[in-house]
Write a protein that binds this ligand. Structure first.
Ligand code: ADE
Length: 247
């Protein structure tokens, strides 16, 4: 999968993809990440990339011409890639949406700055607008790092056999169960005995219940969409009725 990052601040990506899983994915040729400086496509004397908004108002707007030239230059190399605009007004990034994006051939990601981009960029080039959450960043660059990371880890071969994209939070529509590793006791806090029991069926049952309990406590709305068994529903009814504090 190819990621092309269109930005005014390419240095913001230095280091972002040069460690651990993403670094290995690049080295293995599973993903390709390139950044493109939009300023290189501003052909006026001062290489201006932003201007005052028509109609007045605070802040600056990213100009259409440099962005158009940058997008067209990248698109010529990657005709199959989708053009993404990162903006707080976009479609919220959820795991199910990340799964859809992981099926694409490539993403050309526009990192917006200032008060936004000229609307004609949207009209002419943008296939998808994406928000990483209901908050406002100073620009799309941190959001691009989030997007590349979340999509990459779903691609075949990116996570090793010891890691799993299916078992983690949201992979099954629920939050993840608690994890422990050695030592068995730390500052008086012990590992739940069931995890030391070696009884895989009981461990699986405990983990499922913990996932349900955490989701119920922290993100109750996720339960509406989750795939639940009759046993899960029974456990949730118990939680609702004030039980389920003992494991
Ligand atoms: N740019 C600024 N805020 C953003 C957000 N929440 N998501 C994506 N891009 C953004």
């Amino acid at each position: 999968m190819k990621f092309d990052l269109l930005t005014l601040f390419p240095d913001m990506f230095s280091g972002a993809f040069s460690d651990s899983i993403i670094k290995h994915a690049v080295e293995k040729g599973l993903i390709e990440i390139s950044s493109h400086n939009i300023r290189d496509f501003a052909f006026d004397k001062h290489r201006v990339t932003d201007d005052y908004p028509y109609g007045g108002g605070a802040g600056m707007v990213m100009k259409v011409e440099p962005l158009a030239a940058c997008i067209e230059s990248v698109k010529a190399e990657r005709p199959l890639s989708k053009v993404v605009l990162l903006t707080p007004g976009g479609r919220p990034l959820k795991q199910s949406f990340v799964e859809e994006l992981a099926l694409e051939d490539g993403l050309i990601i526009i990192c917006g700055r200032y008060e936004g981009v000229d609307e004609r960029v949207r009209e002419l080039f943008v296939d998808l607008e994406i928000s990483i959450g209901d908050f406002v960043l100073t620009g799309g660059e941190p959001a691009a790092i989030v997007l590349v990371d979340a999509v990459s880890r779903l691609l075949p071969g990116v996570l090793g056999s010891r890691q799993s994209a299916e078992e983690d939070s949201f992979g099954n529509g629920l939050l993840e169960y608690p994890q422990y590793t050695r030592p068995p006791e730390f500052r008086g806090l012990t590992v739940p005995p069931v995890l030391l029991s070696g009884n895989h069926r009981e461990i699986e049952c405990w983990r499922r219940r913990e996932s349900l309990r955490r989701t119920w406590l922290m993100r109750r709305e996720l339960l509406d969409e989750a795939d639940l068994t009759e046993e899960d529903k029974h456990y949730l009814r118990m939680l609702r009725d004030g039980g389920g504090t003992q494991n």
